[in-house]
Design a protein around this ligand. Structure first.
Ligand code: FDA
Length: 319
């Protein structure tokens, strides 16, 4: 079966300006946005991350935005990340015995930092990422670069490789649905390499990506095994019980130190499971998005569950 038969349909429909106007302009939206997005401003974000850290979970904060084609917007994105990192450095950190991970991380999308600008995009994004990493380094905060659609994978991994010479703790994300990812995992499983493995959230053609749920799960399992048997620091980003169990089994099988990998989940999804894992002493990080540009992020979350189609239909009829 396809990952979710409605997923490509929802993701395609989400590109329509009409649907975007309908979704962003209705009352039914506010509640569902609040489920997945911590707030629109840093002031709204603060209590959310305070509660997560107090519950012994680690955090990765994402300032929402993507596909910037305006230099001013890319510059503004960097300025917000610098202020965010300053705020995060002041947040009380949990005492987590045996866990060496930085409790606080930021996640960034290179397309928000200027990668898609018509002139010198990748170089501008790399300079912007360098500024974010330098500030994060001072503050004891980690940075991980999100994975976007497959047309950006080479440019993004090449920027991460370049910057890891200055910031060896810089992390990258790999998407198990891409055919190439097993090879990328093997190439990036060396000492010190922080790799977040996820299934992948974009609408991708069958030439580059597995389409069936079972193929994506199998690919994830192969990639996970490579990372868990490697020398890096795997970040197991999934809510899927089969994959979480596989990570637990591989930890035991490979003798990997419990402080040398982490589970990651999204804010608003499987909260009880996040608490169970954190309570068992394993590093468990929650990806927390905030900001006013939540539309792309929200539609990817809604597309992951067929039950959410009803939300789109309600938004359209209540317009
Ligand atoms: P799957 O979708 O099969 O879900 C397993 C179970 O989790 C479901 O049965 C349900 O119980 C629950 N669940 C999952 N999604 C839900 C939802 N939206 N609403 C309610 N319940 C839900 N992708 C990407 O392309 N680039 C990236 O950089 C990242 N970054 C990232 C960071 C982190 C920390 C996570 C956890 C995920 C990402 N992703 C991502 C998203 C990822 O690719 C994927 O789309 C989602 O995690 C959903 O896949 P699962 O592995 O959870 O499995």
């Amino acid at each position: 079966m396809d990952m979710n038969p409605l997923r490509p349909v929802i993701l395609a429909a989400a590109d329509s300006p009409r649907l975007k106007r309908a979704i962003t302009g209705t009352k039914v939206t506010a509640g569902i946005v609040r489920r997945f997005v911590a707030g629109e401003t840093r002031a709204e974000l603060r209590p959310v991350i305070g509660d997560l850290l107090a519950s012994r979970r680690l955090i990765s904060v994402d300032f929402l935005g993507e596909n910037t084609t305006d230099r001013g917007q890319a510059d503004a994105m960097v300025a917000e990340y610098l202020s965010l990192i300053k705020d995060l450095s002041a947040a009380p950190r949990p005492d987590l015995p045996g866990i060496g991970a930085a409790p606080v991380e930021v996640s960034v999308k290179l397309s928000a930092l200027g990668q898609a600008l018509p002139v010198d995009g990748p170089a501008i994004a790399a300079d912007h990422l360098r500024a974010v990493c330098a500030k994060a380094d001072e503050a004891g905060v980690w940075v991980t670069v999100d994975a976007e659609d497959h047309t950006t994978t080479d440019a993004t991994l090449s920027t991460v490789r370049e910057l890891r010479t200055e910031f060896p703790w810089l992390g990258a994300v790999l998407q198990a649905y891409l055919h190439r990812t097993e090879a990328d995992c093997a190439a990036l499983s060396g000492h010190g390499s922080r790799i977040r493995l996820c299934k992948g959230a974009y609408r991708e053609p069958r030439e580059v990506a597995f389409q069936r749920a079972s193929e994506v799960t199998d690919s994830y399992l192969r990639c996970l095994e490579i990372l868990m048997r490697g020398e890096g620091y795997p970040m197991v980003a999934t809510h899927d019980p089969v994959l979480i169990l596989a990570a637990e089994q591989l930890t035991a099988e490979t003798g990997r130190d419990i402080g040398n990998f982490e589970h990651q989940m999204l804010y608003g999804i499987r909260d009880a499971e996040q608490l169970r894992l954190a309570g068992g002493g394993v590093a468990t990080r929650v990806y927390v998005p905030y900001g006013s540009q939540w539309y792309g992020y929200l539609t990817r979350r809604l597309a992951e569950r067929p039950a959410n189609l009803a939300f789109f239909l309600r938004a359209l009829v209540s317009k």
